[in-house]
Write a protein that binds this ligand. Structure first.
Ligand code: DOR
Ligand code: ZN
Length: 352
C-alpha cells in the first residue's frame, strides 16, 4: 500500500484487559506492557484471586515495584467477583480509587475461574450497588454449559446472560471482554446507550480457528474465548478499525510457562504483550485504517471509563522488527510470545 505512512504518532495507548500474574512472571512480562501503554486494567485471576481492597492494594504495590526505573505506567485494579462478594467492600474499593472495575468470570469458564459466579442472582446486591455508583462490570462472555459447543459459547452467552443482565440493570456499565464473534460485534454496535463497551485482542484480529490446527496442534494459539471462523475475524477487524466508540484495545495477554501450554491439557492464553501495539498497528495498516488507530487504542477506552486520554504520545515506524523467540522469567520459566520469531512491519520507536 503506497499511501501507508512510514511513521505514525498517536496518544499513548492503554491496555484495557491484561494478565500480569505475580512474582517472577510479573517481573518478566511487565516491562513489555510498560514500554507501550500508559495504563492497563489488571485481571484479578491470581491464585488466590484478588477479592478484597487490601489484596488489590498489595498487588498494585507489587506491580509498581516491578516497573522499570522511571516508568509512569499505572495499573488499574479489578476485583474478582465471587458468589459471596460484599457490596460494601467493593464500593469502598471504588471510592478509595483502588478498584477501577469488577471482573465477572462465570465459574469454571476459564483459567483460575473456579471461584467465579455460579448464579447472577447471588450477586444482585453487588450489581445494583455498582450500577448506582457507576462502577463498570467486565464480563468474560461465555456460558459454561459443557453441552454448548465451545465455538458457540460466546453467542449463546449474549442471549442467555448478557441481554437479560443489561435489561435487569439498565444503567450498569458493562464491558464485553475480548469479543470473538460477529454476533458480539453486532450486539455491541447495536447498543446506542454508551454504557456497553467491548475489548478486542490483537490475536483475534489475526488468527481464526484454522490457525490453531495449521499443520498440527498449536497450543500457543489456544485461548478462551477460542478463536472462531474467518467470518468472525473479519467482523472483529471491521469493528476495531471502524473507530466506533464502544470498541477499544484490550490485549488479554496471558502468559503461561511453555511447560503448561505444551502439555496433554494445555492452559488457555496467548502472550501478546511483547509486540501488542505493533500487531494492532499492522492490522489497521492492512485495513487502510491507520487514521482510526488512535481512537481504538488511546481514546475510546478512557472515554468509556470516564478518564482522560494519556497526555503523552508514542511513535511507530515501519522499520519493522522480529518478535522475540522466547521470554524467560528469573525462576526459569519460558514463555512464547505471539508470532515468536516472526517479522512484523511496525516497530515502536524507543524513547530517547
Ligand atoms: O485464554 C485465556 N487466558 N482466557 C482467559 O479468560 C484467562 C486467561 C488466563 O488467565 O490465562
Ligand atoms: Zn483475560
Amino acid at each position: 500500500m503506497s499511501d501507508t505512512p512510514n511513521s505514525l504518532t498517536i496518544r499513548r495507548p492503554d491496555d484495557w484487559h491484561l494478565h500480569l500474574r505475580d512474582g517472577a512472571m510479573l517481573k518478566a512480562v511487565l516491562p513489555f506492557t510498560a514500554r507501550q501503554f500508559g495504563r492497563a486494567i489488571i485481571m484479578p485471576n491470581l491464585k488466590p484471586p484478588v477479592t478484597t481492597v487490601d489484596q488489590a492494594k498489595r498487588y498494585a504495590a507489587e506491580i509498581r515495584d516491578a516497573l522499570p526505573e522511571g516508568s509512569t505506567f499505572q495499573p488499574l485494579m479489578t476485583c474478582y467477583l465471587t458468589d459471596g462478594a460484599d457490596p460494601d467492600e467493593i464500593a469502598r474499593g471504588h471510592e478509595e480509587g483502588v478498584f477501577t472495575a469488577v471482573k465477572l468470570y462465570p465459574a469454571h469458564a476459564t483459567t483460575n475461574s473456579a471461584h467465579g459466579v455460579t448464579d447472577l442472582d447471588k450477586v444482585a446486591g453487588v450489581l445494583e450497588r455498582m450500577q448506582r455508583i457507576g462502577m463498570p462490570l467486565l464480563v468474560h462472555g461465555e456460558v459454561t454449559d459443557q453441552d454448548v459447543d465451545i465455538f458457540d459459547r460466546e453467542a449463546v452467552f449474549i442471549d442467555r446472560v448478557l441481554a437479560p443482565l443489561l435489561k435487569r440493570y439498565p444503567e450498569l456499565k458493562v464491558v464485553f471482554e475480548h469479543i470473538t464473534t460477529e454476533e458480539a460485534a453486532d450486539f455491541v454496535s447495536a447498543d446506542a446507550s454508551g454504557r456497553l463497551g467491548a475489548t478486542i485482542t490483537a490475536h483475534h484480529l489475526v488468527i481464526n480457528r484454522s490457525h490453531i490446527f495449521a499443520g498440527g496442534i498449536r497450543p500457543h494459539l489456544y485461548c478462551l474465548p477460542i478463536a472462531k471462523r474467518e467470518r468472525h475475524r473479519l467482523a472483529l477487524r471491521r469493528a476495531a478499525t471502524s473507530g466506533a466508540a464502544p470498541f477499544f484495545l484490550g490485549t488479554d495477554s496471558a502468559p503461561h510457562p511453555v511447560t503448561a501450554k505444551e502439555s496433554a491439557c494445555g492452559c488457555a492464553g496467548v502472550f501478546t504483550a511483547p509486540t501488542a501495539v505493533e500487531v494492532y498497528a499492522q492490522v489497521f495498516a492492512e485495513e487502510g485504517a491507520l487514521d482510526r488507530f488512535e481512537a481504538f487504542a488511546s481514546l475510546n477506552g478512557p472515554r468509556f471509563y470516564g478518564l482522560d486520554p494519556n497526555p503523552d504520545t508514542i511513535t511507530l515506524d515501519r522499520t519493522g522488527q522480529t518478535v522475540p523467540d522466547i521470554v524467560l522469567s528469573a525462576d526459569g520459566d519460558a514463555v512464547l510470545p505471539f508470532r515468536s520469531g516472526e517479522r512484523l512491519d511496525w516497530r515502536l520507536v524507543p524513547e530517547s
